[in-house]
Design a protein around this ligand. Structure first.
Ligand code: ADP
Ligand code: G6P
Length: 483
């Protein structure tokens, strides 16, 4: 798909995301590439490996000037972030303003004009990089809350390209969104796209309402009429929900691999062969409800409804956004709770909680999912939550129980999980107990339905649905503007 344009390679398909699929980290032998953390990369990497195109994003390290390079059939175009950009755009506006605002203000968002200036500056840089990599008429797919101004800027730079935007995290109710001092600019930025997609229908409805209330634009059904500006003619922006998924086939294959099955058995042995192994897997983030889950588990041990004689809990938490105060605080809270629970309830060789603040290769993650009888996903708010889908995809024997927060996007689809409100600790305790004691027949019935759901909507399907729709609305716009 590459062709020459102005001396640079240009591509018919361009993905723009804050992160590249790989992250530049310090290894024992100096800098090395690792898979970037988080669900966005888990979802997009398998898509990009099958469609040739360019991926524009940041390497995860400040002040690095790295030339475009090829990796696993993907063409990666690094965008440089200075130390101040990392502080003000990434840690500041993206993760201390937008992230908490879009996740139900679980912690208070901070509003700083300097951070906003950096957000505009960095979004402009990403839009220019996209404009330079896109072939005439290309499909450009912009991702997530860090880059909401890119569609608008890109439309001015390159009116010929078809622009899609997908928001991986929730879009908040208007009453919360309205707090944002730059709410108009964000909405205008997003509406530069031909197609704006969200995870859940409720996110899409929140966005349309914000557009009507803030801008007064007409929105008929799913289509917003965006009036002409000085730079661009009037156009239509389509909105809709496109729940993301995982590479279910790849996960299923890992779970059938003999080496990984053996590793799963080893994991069970290493934690003392409990009758019930409970698992939690999250980025270390205050949205994930790790404290609520630990509280419920601790009380169950205190009440004697669970015992470390027969049960153990493994909590894996990937390090995330570690310089931000609320992330330092959640880590402290979790570690304090783990220490207390183990002090009170562990015996030698029988830990109540095994806590791993580390990242693991996909194969090891699959082995953990295979080893676990009960999976706890108790997010207080989550766009989708791919961990829930990965657990289901790994349960090739059609056993195991998923306890799932109703505040995740995944809860819209995974109705046969034990759905919980993680704020309701008594309810959460009951759900965990129910999961631990569920009959194999009931667990199997539920898991079969969950598996057929995850198998049918996998991530390649998600990408094709979005991109086919984008192609169609983009062509409609071309026809309207050429007459
Ligand atoms: P988020 O995008 O908020 O991090 P998701 O549940 O959607 O949440 O996606 C998390 C992704 O990160 C999943 O693909 C999961 O397998 C992966 N992951 C989580 N913890 C680890 C870990 N400790 N090591 C490796 N991968 C992890
Ligand atoms: C979530 C966000 C992604 C982000 C990921 C990891 O999945 O939706 O945009 O990349 O978390 O967070 P990080 O800040 O490390 O990129």
């Amino acid at each position: 798909a590459a062709g020459a344009s102005g001396g640079n390679d240009s591509y018919d398909f361009v993905v723009v995301a804050n992160r590249l699929p790989v992250d530049r980290a310090q290894g024992p032998q100096g800098p090395e590439w690792r898979q970037s953390p988080g669900g966005l990369v888990t979802g997009l990497a398998p898509v990009m490996k099958r469609r040739s195109g360019a991926w524009i994003g940041w390497t995860g390290a400040p002040d690095e000037e790295i030339e475009p390079f090829d990796l696993d059939d993907m063409h990666l175009v690094p965008v440089r972030l200075s130390t101040d950009d990392v502080y003000s755009y990434y840690e500041g506006f993206s993760n201390a303003t937008l992230w908490p605002l879009y996740h139900d203000v679980i912690v208070p968002p901070e509003f700083h004009r300097k951070w906003w200036d950096a957000y505009v500056r960095v979004n402009t840089r990403f839009a220019r990089a996209a404009a330079a990599s896109a072939a005439p008429g290309a499909l450009v797919w912009v991702h997530d809350y860090q880059l909401q101004l890119v569609p608008g800027i890109l439309r001015e730079l390159r009116p010929d390209v078809k622009i899609g935007f997908f928001n991986h995290i929730p879009f908040p109710p208007y009453e919360i969104f309205a707090q944002l001092p730059w709410r108009r600019r964000i909405l205008i930025g997003l509406l530069g796209a031909d197609l704006v997609g969200f995870q859940r229908p409720s996110d899409t409805a929140n966005f349309r309402r914000a557009v009507r209330r803030t801008l007064g634009y007409l929105a008929r059904n799913s289509v917003v009429r965006v009036p002409a500006s000085q730079q661009s003619p009037e156009h239509l922006c389509e909105t809709g929900s496109f729940p993301i998924s995982i590479d279910a086939g790849a996960m299923d294959a890992l779970a059938r691999d003999e080496r990984i099955r053996k590793r799963a058995e080893e994991i069970r042995e290493e934690v003392g062969n409990p009758r019930t192994l409970i698992l939690g897997v999250d980025r270390m983030d205050y949205t994930k409800g790790i404290r609520h889950r630990l509280k419920a588990y601790e009380e169950l041990l205190e009440d004697g409804r669970l015992s470390t004689e027969s049960t153990t809990f493994i909590q894996i938490a990937t390090p995330s956004r570690e310089r931000l105060d609320y992330y330092k605080q959640i880590r402290r809270d979790v570690e304090l709770a783990v220490g207390r629970i183990n002090g009170d309830h562990s015996a030698l060789g029988k830990a109540a909680v095994h806590y791993l603040h580390q990242s693991f290769p996909r194969e090891e993650m699959a082995a953990f999912y295979l080893a676990a009888d009960v999976m706890l996903v108790t997010a207080l708010r989550d766009g989708m939550n791919l961990v829930a889908k990965e657990y289901v995809a790994c349960r090739v024997e059609e056993d195991g129980v998923l306890v799932l927060s109703e505040f995740t996007g995944a809860a819209d689809e995974l109705r046969q999980a034990l759905l919980v409100n993680p704020h309701d600790i008594a309810g959460l305790k009951n759900a965990i107990t129910q999961a631990v004691h569920m009959t194999p027949e009931e667990a199997g019935r539920r898991m079969r339905r969950l598996r057929s759901k995850v198998r049918h909507d996998d991530v390649l399907q998600w990408a094709s649905t979005f991109l086919d729709r984008l192609q169609m609305v983009g062509e409609q716009r071309e026809r309207t503007h050429s007459v």
